[in-house]
Write a protein of this length. Structure first.
Length: 324
C-alpha cells in the first residue's frame, strides 16, 4: 500500500513541494491545505483527483495521512507539526524547525510522545554543491579546513502572505529565515563554534544585514546574509580555504583548485527565486524522508536535535552580534 501524503501550505515553497509530490509515483498524494481559496483553486485545476481544504485540522481528521509536509510560515511550524503528529502522521517541515528553542523542544517532545518521525527540511544539506564541500571537509581531501566564507543575499521578501516575512515576531527576520541556511550547514559539518563576533544592521525600508564570524579551534567561518530593498540578484556562494587547496561556489559553479567540478544534474527543479537558487536539493530531501518512512527508520542525515541546535545557534548569534 502506498503512503498517503498531505501538504499544509501552498505558498511559494509549498507549491514547490506540491510539484515534487505530483511526480512521485510510489506515494498517494491525497490532499493539500491552504487558507487561501485562490491557491486551492489553482492546485485543484492541476490535480482534480486530490482533496483540498482550508482547515488543516479537518484535513488531518478526514484524510488520516501517513506523512504531512508543512510549508507554512515559520511561526506556525510548531503548531502544525504537533497537530500532525498527534493525528498519527510523520512530519517533514520546512526550515527553520520552529520560531524558537522553546518551540523546538515542544516539537521534539511530541515526536517522542507519539513515536512519530519529524524532520526539518534543511535543503542546503541536500544540495550537491554543498554536499561536495561537506565531504571534502570531513575527509580532509585537501588537508584541514582553515577558513570558510558563506554568503547569501536576497531582495527583501515582500511577496509573503500578509507580509509575515517582514514581521520579526513571525519570521525571525534575516537571521532565522535566511542566515539559518548557512548556519545549519556549518553546524552540521563543524559542530558548535567556540566564539561568535559580528554585527547586525537593521536599516530603513526593511533592509536587514548580518555579518558573523564563528571561531573554532582549527578554523574560522564567516557568514554574511542580507535582505536588501534595492532588489539585488539572489546570491548564494562560498569559498573554502584548506591547507592544500580550495573549493569555491560562485554563480552556481563549483571550482576546486582552479578546476571546474561537474556535478550530476539530478532532481532539477526550476529556481523559486526566493531563498534558494540551487534547486537540486528539494526533491532529494522529500525523497529521502519518504524512503526513511518506507524503511521504518528515523532520518539520521537530519535529526530533530540537529535542527534544534541550528535554531539555538541562530539565537546565540543574535545575542552576540552588535546591533548597528
Amino acid at each position: 500500500m502506498k503512503l498517503k501524503v498531505a501538504l499544509i501550505g501552498i505558498g511559494g515553497m509549498g507549491k514547490n513541494h506540491f510539484n515534487i509530490y505530483k511526480g512521485f509515483e510510489d506515494i498517494d498524494f491525497v490532499a493539500a491545505c491552504d487558507i487561501r481559496q485562490s491557491r486551492l483553486d489553482l492546485a485543484s485545476a492541476e490535480c482534480p483527483h486530490m482533496h483540498f481544504y482550508t482547515n488543516y485540522a479537518e484535513m488531518l481528521e478526514r484524510e488520516q495521512p501517513d506523512i504531512v509536509d508543512i510549508c507554512t510560515p515559520t511561526y506556525l511550524h510548531a503548531e502544525h507539526a504537533i497537530a500532525a503528529m498527534q493525528a498519527g502522521a510523520h512530519v517533514i517541515c520546512e526550515k527553520p524547525m520552529a520560531l524558537s528553542s522553546q518551540e523546538t523542544s515542544m516539537v521534539i517532545a511530541q515526536a517522542q510522545k507519539t513515536g512519530k518521525t519529524f524532520m526539518a527540511a534543511h535543503v542546503v544539506r541536500f544540495m550537491q554543491a554543498y554536499a561536495y564541500l561537506a565531504e571534502a571537509i570531513k575527509t580532509k581531501k585537501h588537508g584541514k579546513l582553515l577558513k570558510l566564507s558563506l554568503r547569501r543575499i536576497s531582495a527583501t521578501p515582500t511577496w509573503s502572505w500578509e507580509n509575515w516575512f517582514l514581521d520579526k515576531q513571525k519570521s525571525g527576520h534575516v537571521l532565522l529565515d535566511l542566515m539559518i541556511h548557512d548556519i545549519d550547514f556549518m553546524q552540521s559539518v563543524l559542530g558548535e563554534p567556540e566564539e561568535i563576533v559580528g554585527a547586525h544592521y537593521e536599516l530603513q525600508n526593511h533592509t536587514n544585514f548580518a555579518s558573523a564570524i564563528y571561531l573554532y579551534d582549527h578554523c574560522s567561518v564567516s557568514i554574511e546574509s542580507g535582505w536588501f530593498k534595492s532588489n539585488p540578484k539572489f546570491t548564494a556562494d562560498y569559498f573554502a580555504f584548506f591547507e592544500e587547496g580550495y573549493i569555491s561556489l560562485n554563480d552556481g559553479n563549483v571550482v576546486e583548485c582552479g578546476e571546474p567540478v561537474v556535478l550530476a544534474e539530478k532532481d532539477a527543479i526550476q529556481s523559486m527565486g526566493i531563498n534558494i537558487s540551487h534547486a537540486d536539493g528539494y526533491a532529494s530531501e522529500c525523497r529521502y524522508f519518504i524512503d526513511c518512512i518506507k524503511a521504518g527508520k528515523s532520518p539520521d542525515f537530519i535529526t530533530p536535535e540537529s535542527s534544534a541546535a541550528s535554531v539555538a545557534l541562530v539565537e546565540k548569534t543574535i545575542e552576540k552580534l552588535a546591533k548597528l
